[in-house]
Design a protein around this ligand. Sequence first.
Ligand SMILES: *Cc1c(COP(=O)(O)O)cnc(C)c1O
Length: 435
Amino acid sequence: MDHFEYRGRTLFCEDVPVPEIAEQYGTPVYVYSTATLLRHLKEIQTAFAAASPIICYSIKANGNVSIARLMGEHGAGYDVTSGGEFYKALRAGPKGAKIVFAGVGKTDAEIEYALTNDVYLFDVESEEELHAIGAVARRMGRKAAVALRVNPDLPPKTHVKTDTSVKGVKFGLDIETVLEVAAKVVDHPGLTVAGLHMHLGSPILKAEPYKLGCDKAVQLIAALRKQGHPLTVLNMGGGFGIHYRKQEALPAGAFADVILPAVKETGCQLVLEPGRFIVGNAGVLVSRVLFNKETGGKRYVIQDAAMNDLIRPTLYDSFHRIWPVTPSPDVPVRPDDYEVAIPGTIPQDVVGPVCESGDFLAKGRHLPPLKRGDLLAVFSAGAYAMSMASNYNARCRAAEVLVTGGTHRLIRRRETHADLVACEEDCLTGTAGAQ
Ligand SMILES: *Cc1c(COP(=O)(O)O)cnc(C)c1O
């Protein structure tokens, strides 16, 4: 249940008709459901309750401050991958919210910023980074708590661009060398090797990779403790899959079944970094049809959302369900399966206005004939959607609206033309930005 339901022949987000939102805020617009966000966070909290986990919401999935705040208010910490995300976590989070800092390229300034603001844990991805963190911490008279991010070298499990635990990717320390690296920092005055971190990639639709990863983690934790490191944290990252096509995702409990035994065996504090699982199905992108067009035997529907709003189809060949916000009586209200021929539909490419042939939201998609002004909903667009949006083609980034029950609130205004030049300077007149 994602709280996006058709009532009659109109899509609702919770108790708000989606056309009302499109009317008030314009399109394209991202619409999020509070109940769905909280339901998914709760599902993880409940499934892992036996381990009293620290759940660090992954800000890069959706960094809107209102959404991040909602997470913090309901007991989550934050997983960040840059100084900018750290700043957002501080802005959004309640005092004392735990922040873990991952990413392969932290600058000294970011490391210092994190230490100044009491980062809970650095997820360390290379030997040079480990020593850089140690050096910054020493200079500040601090001791940095780090978790060694290990690449467990597992078989491929998701799209090549989002798999982070196969051999040769840039993420983490090689499992063969992690002990060697760790041996050099026993008793380091600026470092406490407090944890082991694994983020396997995303989205993952099976529990097996976590089982394999945990088996390796248990052995490594024992070996690191033997070296003299006071390991107390097992951070299993994020990556839990969601429903993009049908009901293909596993419940959080399936992941808990394979992760909890490792937590018990090692006696570690469990940290998780879910992003997509919480916010992915909690958002839709609503767009309006501009034109229809036929060429080369293909039918195109041109609508006002583009790759700059949602790049996942272009970047990862991702599938997002797309359906009219107010489907006509000639088609099912909501198909069970979007990948088969649906009565009353014809295959169409759903494209946007951006000047790239790679600008599409779907190809050969079964959709009813659409007309100018019709609204489309692109489902499961809460994660890695708005957070990856750009201004390419000088397009203003979309508005974001948060629905709670029968009320809706603008949580990010649509950008204006003035915003597009706000950071630029006119070299002829020397005037800055929007003058
Ligand atoms: C992106 C990322 C996550 C979140 O992944 P999801 O698939 O959104 O759960 C967690 N940890 C790290 C280190 C990441 O890079």
